[in-house]
Design a protein around this ligand. Structure first.
Ligand code: NAD
Ligand code: UGA
Length: 435
């Protein structure tokens, strides 16, 4: 099967690499020429564990190619994936579909023979139908079907998530397209991954509903963490206890500085817009968004409180600035709210992140970047764990305390045990736990 993947970002590149691993021939198209050039030099433009090796193997095997030229890839494709960005539109919070529709226009010009076109990008309900309408009006002569195949992978564990999905969701009302999609995912179905065929509207809405529900779990546990502090309970014990109930589940109950990333904030916002427009508001999800926005600011203030009420002229070491570990993605990271807040209040901020510097330098003006966690802590009054990179778990806290000028550690991810931190001489603050 010949596949054309439009968009070589986090989702497009990972999906293309995994599909080529199944043996399919994948032409990966991106309009960003520098991205394509670097891929053709064998350099992977994003940090995603395992992706280098997977791409190398399939490039060498001749199963994956990269180009800015969409024409030949569409002509020979049985299946075209749209994996371009659908960011939050400025002003109204709705999904910006301009990248999707401009790619659709480009596709239309080159369609040749029966082609399945499927959205992998997260798109609002009705988008697949609208893509079909646009293609039909540009190319009434062409033979195609439009499906929705939302992607559920997470950054940082993207390959594992793609290769071992909880489900594969395909929205389609075209029998020929269903056959193509069934064949495409056969390698995963053989490993017992459930392949679900639903309507296009259900597939599109299920993607948003899944992200909104996960965001809800996070905002819920963040509020419970605050309550734990007030009532003298331990949020980790509470999360573990409720997570044992199969109806609740133990995933996505880690309190933190608020969810970030390229998806939850924009998808929650887009779903709120869709629901309001449909006059069926999701008030619970509106509250999730408010709780999360306030959470990021509250965590900045919490650092200030821990620094004896003021960060003015204090040196704050921030460990981790990406929105989660194992990625270089800084989109909507809590650090983008917390660091400027500390700077506005007069702090000097020094930062270390294992992968965040490339994107972070532009997004976090005025900070000093360090090459490792210990150098960031050198002379700091306060050390803050903002992203739970594994390497921070191995920090020698006595050495951290020794290197610092002050002794305050604010652990916004509950990486350490209070007893371990305090016995190292640190004044330790964490989330939802009473020390
Ligand atoms: P991204 O910004 O990393 O990548 C998008 C890529 O598309 C860019 O490289 C851009 O240059 C390219 N592009 C845009 N218009 C193009 C065009 N006309 N032709 C060719 N290339 C074009 O975005 P992403 O994080 O990969 O997300 C893509 C979509 O997948 C979004 O809708 C997102 O919500 C969804 N999604 C993302 C994740 C994730 O973990 N990042 C997971 C599931 C779903
Ligand atoms: C999320 C979903 O988990 C994926 O299923 C989905 O495909 C993707 O969005 C998407 O639509 O793009 P991702 O944003 O990569 O994936 O990362 P997550 O692991 O979900 O983390 C998102 C944010 O929530 C991070 O800031 C993380 O720190 C935070 N989080 C997560 C918590 O604060 N607590 C938790 O228990 C879990």
């Amino acid at each position: 099967m010949n596949i054309c993947m439009i968009g070589a970002g986090y989702v497009g590149l990972v999906s293309a690499a995994c599909l080529s691993e199944f043996g399919w021939k994948v032409a990966c198209i991106d309009k960003d020429a520098s991205r394509v050039e670097s891929l053709n030099r064998g350099e992977v433009p994003i940090y995603e564990p395992g992706l280098d090796d997977l791409l190398k193997r399939n490039i060498e095997g001749g199963r994956i190619t990269f180009s800015t030229d969409l024409g030949p890839a569409i002509k020979s494709a049985d299946l075209v994936f749209l994996a371009v960005g659908t960011p939050m539109r400025r002003g109204d919070g709705y999904a910006d579909l301009s990248y999707v529709y401009s790619a659709v226009e480009e596709i239309a010009a080159h369609l040749d023979g029966f082609t399945v076109i499927t959205t992998k990008s997260t798109v609002p309900v009705g988008t697949s139908r609208e893509i079909e309408r646009r293609l039909r009006s540009i190319r009434p002569d062409s033979d195609f079907a439009v499906c929705s195949n939302p992607e559920f992978l997470r950054e940082g564990s993207a390959i594992r998530d793609f290769m071992h999905p909880d489900r594969i969701l395909v929205g389609s009302d075209d029998e020929r397209a269903k056959v193509v999609m069934e064949r495409l995912y056969q390698p995963l179905a053989l490993r017992d991954a459930p392949l679900m065929f639903v309507t296009r509207e259900s597939a599109e809405l299920a993607k948003y509903a899944a992200n909104a529900f996960l965001a809800l779990k996070i905002s819920f546990i963040n509020e419970v963490a605050d309550l734990c502090e007030d009532l003298g309970a331990d949020v980790q014990e509470v999360a573990k206890a409720i997570g044992k109930d199969g109806r609740i589940g133990d995933k996505f109950l880690h309190p933190g500085p608020g969810y970030g990333g390229s998806c939850f904030p924009k998808d929650v916002s887009a779903l709120i817009r869709t629901a309001r427009e449909a006059r069926s508001p999701l008030s619970i999800i509106e509250q999730v968004q408010t709780v999360n926005d306030e959470r990021k600011i509250a965590m900045g203030m919490r650092i200030e409180k821990a620094a004896n009420g003021s960060v003015r002229d204090k040196r704050i070491a921030i460990l981790g600035v990406t929105f989660k570990p194992n990625t270089d993605d800084m989109r909507e990271a809590p650090s983008l709210t917390i660091v400027p807040l500390l700077q506005e209040r007069g702090a000097t901020v020094v930062v270390y992140d294992p992968q965040g510097r490339a994107h972070g330098e532009e997004l976090l003006p005025g900070v000093t970047w360090c090459s490792d966690a210990m150098s960031a802590c050198e002379g700091a009054d306060v050390a803050v764990i903002l992203t739970e990179w594994n390497e921070f778990r191995a920090l020698n806290l006595s050495a951290v305390k020794e290197a610092m000028r002050g002794d305050v550690m604010v652990d916004l991810r509950n990486v350490f045990q209070a007893s371990e931190a305090t016995s190292s001489g640190l004044e330790y603050h964490s989330i939802g736990r009473v020390h």
